[in-house]
Design a protein around this ligand. Sequence first.
Ligand code: ADQ
Length: 471
Amino acid sequence: MGRLIVVSNRVALPRRGEPTAGGLAVALKDVLKANGGLWFGWSGETTKGPTTGELKTVRYQGIDYATIDLNENDYKGFYAGYSNNILWPLFHFRIGLLEYDRKQADAYRRVNRDFAKALMPLLGPDDTIWIHDYQMIPLGAELRALGAKQRIGFFLHIPFPPWAVFSALPGADKLLRGLLAYDLVGVQTQRDLSGMIDCMRHGLDLRTDADCGVVSSAWGPKRRTQLSHHAIGIDTRGFATTARKAAFGPDAQRMRASMGDRKLIVGAERLDYTKGLPHRLRGFGALLDNFPEHRNRVTYFQVAARSRNEVASYRDLKRELDTLAGRINGDHAEFDWTPVRYVARAVARDTLAGFYRLADVGLVTPLRDGMNLVAKEYVAAQDPDNPGVLVLSSFAGAAETMDGALLVNPLDAEAMAEQLDRALKMPLGERKERWAGMMAGLEEQTAARWAENFLTELEEQVLPVEPPTGL
Ligand code: ADQ
């Protein structure tokens, strides 16, 4: 058996003194170690000159890392442009935010081709390649065009919309056809799988067989591409331990002291329009308006790490949140109580885990989300003897399996207020019961299990039969 090659736009390179990485990076590193693997991707550096594909390599704790620099303009067009300003809104059902630009589409193709050219010489005949996420959809096809015959799998971390939405993208069918270069395409949920099947059918006129495979000759000999869903998880035990320890740390102590006997609602994400942050603030505002018994009794703490500041819609969102938080505080604050505490930056992972554990309610309200790991982390962080309640958007992939959560439609502020009220008043017995069910699921569905399941399914795929040569 060959090695495992993981490809993602960002490579989680080991850096000294860096806080513990998230579940995904840990899970991938574990499978890479077990398979003597290689992680390939962008170095994080751009150059003024053309992309040369020159490799930077480092070996650390049994894993090889290989990265390349990218031309500055190509990177902008590929990443901030096509990936984040076109594909990200499209896959999150927000076609109104999609700003199509053909030059960016070209940069996206070019960068994927550059990746393929740099990766190709590193591949052994028996290696298995696992490509990650929307920045890299055409990479499999680019590798096939260069003659790659290895098993190649692709996993999409974000939602997969149906054709009625997907078709808004100029060249939608070409992007879809790229998926046929893979032996396995994985998405997070049943709902995403339905979206992908719908696109295959209406965008490419391809029907899936009884086991959810599509057959095509789009990239050489006839290949069957397996389509399936694999919900990503977290390192549940590890996160629970981190949270238990962090609850006694200085940050959690300070937070606890500042709360007095008030209850705490917590939210944490990247500052992103898909995460429903303004909706969440409106829901909390409605709680204070409609349920006066919670005034001066509960604080909502939101950490929103700034991201993608180069994209205008992200800057607009920051302004909107500043205004909304200011308005709620202006309307409701007392001299000794600030209803909304809003921190627009990243917080260390263990500090965050400690805050989750202190919080009576975890509020997670994306408008669309592939999975949403915060929902899982919040549950894993709870004290089994006094667990908090998860209030979760039904549009998060996590909602498909986390049925102990109180589900909300984030567009309905009044309904969110009702669920928050219910969560804040929920008796201990019900909280324990809901939590235990979800925790059992999370202990089963870890990030490591997700990686293992995906790779097992990839290894099971039968590769195309090459036509005999020399005839
Ligand atoms: P993201 O959109 O980044 O991931 P999510 O799954 O919630 O979203 O993961 C975010 C991670 O960042 C969590 O581990 C969280 O603890 C951490 N984090 C959030 N806010 C933070 C803050 N302010 N400071 C520090 N850390 C913070 C994409 C998809 C998701 C999918 C994942 C994995 O959009 O739907 O679940 O990939 O597949």
